[in-house]
Design a protein around this ligand. Structure first.
Ligand code: DQA
Length: 169
């Protein structure tokens, strides 16, 4: 497990107002990005993607926290801890996206915004990747855009939070 806690020093917005906290959750094997099947997942490290999300979040007035774990229970407990504290969860659960009803249930109980994220486009890959058990409890899914997806996910979070009146003008 790595990366618990704020991935940025941000804690206050441009006018000193507290920023909304976004928890990025990275599931099994995403710690291997950079060397893991680069033809599919690219050569950037997970830390590079998180940094892109932090940069985007800073521009949008969002504070990013990040947790990567290869263990399902760690991810579930991170979602439990996010409840009442984080405005949004961005989740790339790796292969757990396709089979973890426990993660589904944890996200179903999270009251904030949920964005499902994938570097690749699972719908264009093996049939077992075509189903996401998390899709039904996510506000939406960003897939197939590689590292750009982390920036797009932060944009989506900001728009959804603004629309719901939780942050922004
Ligand atoms: C992934 C897609 C999943 O099918 C796969 O198991 C992963 C990564 C993606 O980001 O493209 O581990 O979530």
């Amino acid at each position: 497990m790595s990366g618990v806690g704020p991935a940025t020093d941000a804690g206050a917005g441009p006018r000193g107002a507290p920023t909304a906290v976004v928890l990025i959750i990275s599931g099994p094997n995403l710690d291997r990005l950079g060397t893991r099947q680069p033809g599919i997942y690219g050569v950037a490290l997970l830390a590079d993607h998180v940094e892109a999300a932090v940069r985007t979040g800073r521009r949008l007035g969002l504070t990013v926290e990040h947790l990567q774990s290869n263990h399902e229970g760690d991810l579930i407990e991170a979602i439990h801890r996010a409840t009442g504290r984080c405005a949004a969860v961005v989740v790339n659960a790796g292969a757990l996206s396709h089979c973890s009803w426990s993660l589904h249930d944890a996200l179903a109980a999270f009251e904030g915004v949920v964005v499902e994220l994938h570097l690749s486009n699972p719908a264009a890959r093996e049939p077992w990747r075509h189903t996401s058990v998390l899709a039904a409890v996510a506000d939406g899914c960003i897939a197939g855009f590689g590292g750009l997806g982390y920036e797009l996910a932060m944009e989506a979070v900001a728009r959804l939070l603004t629309r719901s009146g939780k942050v922004g003008p």
